[in-house]
Design a protein around this ligand. Structure first.
Ligand code: ACO
Length: 148
C-alpha cells in the first residue's frame, strides 16, 4: 500500500510539537507537554543512534496526521540479536480508514528489517487485532503488566 499523493512518512521534528501530541491524544492521555519538554524528548531520541525511530505521516499541507515509534532493543540472545518494538500508533480521527495506519506499520516494520531485527513485537487491544492481522502480524503469547 502507498501513501496518498502529497503525504509523507518521515522522522518527527521538534517543530511538530502540538500536532504530534494532538494526534497521540486519539490513543491515550498525553498530558501537558510544553515546547521545551518536547524538544528535550526529541533531542534524547536523536542522541542515541539506532534505537528510537519516532515517525510521522504528514498530509498535503505538511500537517502531522499519524504517529508511531519503532524502538530497537539490542539483546544477548540470538547471537546479540535485535528486537523491534512498535509503540504509540495513532491516526487522527478524520484520517482513519484511509490506509494510513497500514502504511505506518509497513514503514516501521521495514525500518526494523533494515536494522537487522529478527522480529518485531507490539501490544494492542482486542479490538485492534484485526487491524494488525491486516498488517501481517499474528497473535503470539499474552501481555503481562504491572502498573505504578
Ligand atoms: N479492527 C479490524 N480491522 C481494522 C481496524 C480494527 N480496529 N482498524 C482498521 N482495520 C482494517 C481496515 O478496515 C483496513 O482493512 P482493508 O484493507 O481490508 O480495508 C486495514 O485494517 C487498514 O486500515 P487503515 O485504514 O490503515 O487503518 P487506520 O488508518 O484507521 O489506522 C488505527 C488504524 C491505527 C488502529 C487507528 O484507527 C487509530 O489510530 N486508532 C486509535 C488509536 C489506536 O488504537 N492505536 C493502536 C494502538 S496499539 C499500538 O500502539 C502498538
Amino acid at each position: 500500500m502507498e501513501l496518498p499523493e502529497g503525504y509523507n512518512f518521515r522522522r518527527v521534528k521538534v517543530t511538530d510539537h502540538n500536532e504530534y501530541l494532538d494526534v497521540l491524544r486519539v490513543l491515550t492521555t498525553v498530558g501537558e507537554i510544553n515546547e521545551a519538554q518536547f524538544k528535550e524528548l526529541v533531542d534524547h531520541w536523536n542522541s542515541v543512534e539506532g534505537i528510537y525511530y519516532p515517525q510521522v505521516i504528514t498530509d498535503t499541507q505538511g500537517k502531522v496526521v499519524a504517529t508511531g515509534c519503532l524502538v530497537v532493543e539490542r539483546k544477548a540472545i540470538h547471537q546479540c540479536g535485535k528486537v523491534g518494538h512498535i509503540e504509540d500508533i495513532a491516526v487522527c480521527k478524520l484520517q482513519q480508514g484511509k490506509g494510513l495506519g497500514l502504511v505506518l506499520i509497513q514503514g516501521l516494520t521495514a525500518i526494523a528489517e533494515k536494522e537487522g531485527c529478527y522480529k518485531v513485537i507490539l501490544d494492542c487491544s482486542d479490538h485492534n487485532v484485526g487491524f494488525y492481522n491486516k498488517c501481517g502480524y499474528t497473535h503470539s503469547g499474552c501481555e503481562m503488566v504491572k502498573r505504578f
